[in-house]
Ligand binder design. Structure first.
Ligand code: AR6
Length: 186
């Protein structure tokens, strides 16, 4: 007779790399790679505002912007996602302007906000790797490392999705995940 079933869920089980458009995902929260005005823009930000409808911009106007590395939350409106976490990644300026730490803060602060709100599923685009030109390999390493370290200490978030807008982005995440797994096994 089974009295207790022990489910072993590793950090790796809680991370998924998927290809596609983040605006179509049915998750608790999607993360937006916004700018400090929080009033919309191009890239994933433009796609999220378009899919969510004008009520998103109305709520964003009340937030008084957001500093680089910080995160703020709104409702998802017409999106399948219930919430949008807006975070502002750093503009790549060659690497000597605290870009790594600022990008790391985007992930830490977004995940902390998710934890505070009881969000269990959250999706991230590759923040700063588009219009803000952060090198892809370096950015995905920061994304995965920060998420990995957060999930090790957190047990409220079931799943983090890294959403890739293209094949090379997926490849980059997998390379980093393999590297981290290798380190963990040593
Ligand atoms: N779903 C998933 N990923 C996407 C989508 C999508 N629908 N669209 C783009 N990406 P970017 P940034 C990927 O430029 O570099 C805006 O104007 C894209 O391939 O959206 O942080 C803001 O207002 C890339 O890998 O954001 C800011 O001014 C990643 O999302 C500025 O751009 C991020 O690309 C922020 O620049």
């Amino acid at each position: 007779m089974i009295i207790k079933k022990l489910k072993v869920v590793t950090v790796l089980d809680r991370i998924e790399v998927i290809q596609g458009d983040i605006t179509t995902l049915t998750v608790d929260a999607i993360t937006n790679a916004a700018n400090s005005s929080l009033l919309g823009g191009g890239g994933v930000d433009g796609a999220i505002h378009k899919a969510a409808g004008p009520s998103l911009l109305e709520e964003c106007r009340k937030l008084n912007g957001c500093h680089t590395g910080e995160a703020k939350i709104t409702a998802g409106y017409k999106l399948p996602a219930k919430w949008v976490i807006h975070t502002v990644g750093p503009v790549w300026q060659g690497g000597n302007h605290n870009e790594d730490e600022l990008l790391a803060r985007c992930y830490r602060n977004s995940l902390t906000l998710a934890e505070e709100r009881g969000i269990t599923t959250i999706a991230f685009p590759a923040i700063s790797t588009g219009i803000y030109r952060f090198p892809l390999g370096r950015a995905t390493k920061i994304a995965v490392t920060e998420t990995w370290n957060f999930l090790r200490k957190n047990n409220t978030i079931d799943k983090v999705f890294f959403v890739c807008f293209g094949d090379s982005i997926c490849q980059s995440y997998w390379t980093v995940i393999r590297e981290i797994l290798g380190e963990e096994e040593k």
